[in-house]
Ligand binder design. Structure first.
Ligand code: C2O
Ligand code: CU
Length: 512
């Protein structure tokens, strides 16, 4: 009997300790879930400006870039160096730059020991060149996509897109910018690194000197860090030497939505969004940017001043585990003692998107729910949408599960027709490729499928919170010729079939 009692007491103790431990863990998680770094960051490092990638132009006018994905170690302000990944360097990558009309080619070599891909986010190009999960690059292998740049001047970016592993590859440092120029002459600051700056913003969590990529139990959106890096620089300052600076903001974070504003709440001009210049500049003092989105802003600078670009809660204090209550210092802007003159921001910038009156070929209903769309979880072999070349379509996208999601479509730029029940705000009046959708809201998007019919090569659409994307909140569409038959998608053998097998629910579902 003694033994039985003792055993019972032991079991009770273990259970009580486990419950207590779990409660303590919940309390600890909750207490640590809100991050506030405002006023805490020493801005003591000059902002790193990624180099412009070198390129060669051959006799046929093809501009060729070289990118190598590699592992290394980087000083991210942790004392010891942090193991990281990068393109042509240990962390992040150079800025690619090309002009509308040019033929470009990128020779990408994978020097990592895992399979990856490189996707050109925001680029209008053939699906086989897109760098999604169907174009894997094995360790030691190379891939050389080529295409003609044909879209308005814009700030695009590139990053890996391997099946189920995108969050990890981007988080470790694989990301860079791709700036497209065109021949429209718009008076904006445009000297790279002088008055026109790439601003790639990413938040990181650390475990000592290592990047911490563990997801907390309640971090359903993915990793949220308490250290903000801009172009890989912790605690960055930028000294402006001109009266106005253009900041090309790219949200390259895995999960974080930023609401950017300055410490003194000054107004600035938003001049461009994902797909290029807005119809006209938008004066504002705050701007929401979700993962994958870009915006270009022009900021007035006064001699000798200091002000801090910050981010404070994007939503009115809802879920602290998705960063909704975080306050962050991002970048200190310093005015030099004397400033050179800058052009005044023009009153009009670019033609507005023109799809509102198009004849609509098809209307798609898409809903985002947990880790699936209404078509199911991402399946590499399933085509969810067949779009017909030449058609304009409406995509009605609903965030139906009360979490934060956004929505990105490969290949096409879209026009926002309705946003959360009303006309789109002025900052969404230009061409977009990624859009934030607040919990339980809908957006109506319109896009035109003008080129690159290929019934065998799908493009992706997905939530750009990378954990959601990896978990299956992604679907595939092809652009086919009118009337053309579309079969199953052949998945290349070198795609990780183990990962593929984990995805249930591969019922075929298609719409025309
Ligand atoms: Cu920025 Cu499908 O990705
Ligand atoms: Cu999502």
């Amino acid at each position: 009997m003694r033994t039985a009692l003792k055993l019972f007491a032991a079991v009770v103790t273990v259970v009580v300790l486990a419950i207590g431990g779990f409660a303590a863990y919940i309390a600890w998680s909750f207490a640590n879930a809100s991050i506030d770094t405002i006023g805490e960051v020493d801005f003591d490092r000059p902002l790193t400006i990624p180099p412009l990638a070198k390129s060669t132009v051959d006799a046929h006018g093809v501009r060729t870039f070289e990118l190598a994905m590699q592992a290394g170690e980087t000083d991210l302000g942790r004392g010891a160096k942090t193991p990281t990944w990068g393109f042509n360097s240990s962390f992040l990558g150079p800025t690619l730059r090309a002009t509308r009309g040019e033929q470009v080619r990128v020779n990408v070599t994978n020097r990592l020991d895992e399979t990856s891909t490189v996707h050109w986010h925001g680029m209008h190009l053939p699906a086989a060149m897109d760098g999604g999960p169907h174009q894997p690059i094995n360790p030691g292998a190379s891939w050389s996509p080529h295409w003609q740049v044909d879209q308005p001047a814009a700030t695009l970016w590139y990053h890996p897109h391997p099946h189920g592993e995108t969050a990890k590859h981007v988080y470790r440092g694989l990301a860079g910018m791709f700036i497209v120029d065109d021949d429209r002459d718009v008076a904006l600051p445009r000297s790279y690194g002088v008055d026109d700056f790439p601003i790639l913003v990413q938040d990181k969590a650390f475990d000592g000197d290592k990047l911490d990529d563990t997801n907390g139990l309640f971090q359903s959106a993915g990793i949220l860090g308490d250290t903000v890096l801009v172009n890989g620089t912790p605690g960055p300052f930028l000294e402006a030497t001109t009266e106005r600076v253009r900041l090309r903001l790219v949200n390259g974070s895995n999960a974080r939505v930023y609401r950017f504003h300055f410490g003194d709440n000054r107004a600035y001009a938003v001049v461009a969004s994902d797909g290029g210049l807005l119809p006209k500049p938008v004066e504002t003092s705050e701007l929401l940017l979700s993962p994958g989105e870009r915006a270009e802003i022009v900021v007035d600078v006064r001699p000798g001043e200091r002000t801090v670009l910050q981010s404070t809660p994007p939503y009115a204090g809802t879920n602290r585990f998705t960063g909704d209550t975080d306050r962050l210092d991002v970048l200190e802007l310093r005015g030099a003692a004397t400033l050179r003159p800058s052009p005044v921001v023009p009153a009009t910038l670019a033609p507005a998107p023109d799809l509102a009156d198009d004849l609509v070929g098809a209307t798609r209903q898409i809903s985002l729910n947990g880790s699936s769309t209404n078509f199911g979880k991402m399946d590499l072999e399933r085509v969810d949408i067949v779009s017909r070349m030449g058609a304009t379509e409406v995509w009605d996208v609903t965030n139906s599960d009360g979490q934060v999601h956004n929505f990105h479509i490969h290949d096409v730029l879209f026009q926002v027709i309705r946003y959360a029940g009303g006309p789109p705000p002025a900052v969404l009046a230009g061409w977009k490729d990624t859009i934030l959708i607040a919990p339980n809201e809908s957006v109506e998007l319109r896009m035109r499928f003008t080129d690159f019919a290929d019934a065998k090569s799908p493009y992706m659409f997905h939530c750009h919170l990378l954990r959601h994307e990896d978990q299956g909140l992604m679907g595939q569409f092809v652009v086919a010729r009118p009337g053309e038959d579309v079969g199953a998608i052949h998945v290349p053998d070198h795609v990780d079939h183990a990962a593929k097998a984990q995805i249930p629910d591969s019922h075929r579902q298609r719409s025309d």
